[in-house]
Design a protein around this ligand. Structure first.
Ligand SMILES: NC(=O)c1ccc[n+]([C@@H]2O[C@H](COP(=O)([O-])OP(=O)(O)OC[C@H]3O[C@@H](n4cnc5c(N)ncnc54)[C@H](O)[C@@H]3O)[C@@H](O)[C@H]2O)c1
Length: 217
């Protein structure tokens, strides 16, 4: 499997498989057929077989998938067997919400520090994690081998701060600021735009209403 290219479309679907398989495990389910998984996930069985065959076909004819094995393998593919140390930049509303979400740690995403420019926040902690001022960022990132920088600052400063993080050795940015960062190709960026998700929701609501109107006619 080492070195094999898996398409980004498949990678995007993996966290959902991981979540469903985790729930099955919690419920004591040891194996599942692609048909049963398909019904649960509302994905076609052939899509599931195609996706999971990318990793050497963990399923067996007549047996289905071994839930624990598949869960572990997908976890490995997603890099979840290793810890990822992170910092949050911007201890405002969103920064607080993310810092307070303890469940990330269960997946190995460990929040080491929080940074802000607002001096009134200095020395405060969120869930035991201290808030530092930005002049401490360089030493902190280098000394703690920080891998992921989470950007929850206004967009006007996001590009500058992202470049700073990268120059200190951060490998990946989880970007919540509403701007594209245009970083070097070897920096991994995952943009999260809740408002885009809401717009998709809004689109589907409009479509649903249209359908309703048509069916009433
Ligand atoms: N992507 C999304 O889905 C999503 C959702 C909500 C908000 N946002 C964006 O996230 C950002 C934060 O939102 P919020 O509601 O938490 O805002 P907020 O004003 O509550 O917090 C922003 C924090 O960033 C700090 N800050 C400003 N400049 C900084 C700098 N150069 N370095 C370090 N810290 C700095 C501020 O002092 C403040 O504490 C905004 O850009 C907002 O538009 C994105």
């Amino acid at each position: 499997m080492e070195g094999r290219e898996i398409s980004q479309a498949v990678i995007r679907r993996l966290p959902r498989y991981y979540r469903y398989l985790g729930e099955l495990l919690e419920n004591g389910v040891e194996r599942i057929s692609s048909n049963d998984l398909s019904k649960k996930m509302h994905v076609t069985a052939s899509q599931i077989r195609q996706d999971l065959n990318n990793f050497g076909g963990f399923g067996q004819q007549g047996y289905g998938y071994n839930v624990k094995y598949l869960y572990t393998e997908i976890g490995k593919i997603l890099g979840l067997e290793e810890d990822h140390d992170m910092v949050i930049i911007g201890a405002g509303n969103l920064g607080h919400a993310l810092a307070n979400y303890a469940a990330f740690e269960k997946r190995g995403f460990v929040l080491k520090g929080i940074f802000d420019v607002n001096p009134t926040l200095k020395g405060m902690t969120i869930r035991g994690v201290p808030i530092h001022m930005m002049d401490e960022l360089e030493d902190f990132v280098k000394n703690n081998d920080i891998e992921i920088g989470i950007l929850t600052i206004p967009k006007a400063k996001a590009i500058e701060v992202a470049n700073q993080l990268v120059s200190y050795g951060v490998k990946a940015i989880w970007n919540f600021a509403h701007t594209d960062l245009n970083l070097p190709d070897d920096v991994i960026v995952e943009n999260v735009h809740l408002s885009e998700s809401l717009m998709r929701l809004s689109y589907n609501i409009s479509r649903y209403k249209e359908e309703q109107k048509k069916s009433e006619k």
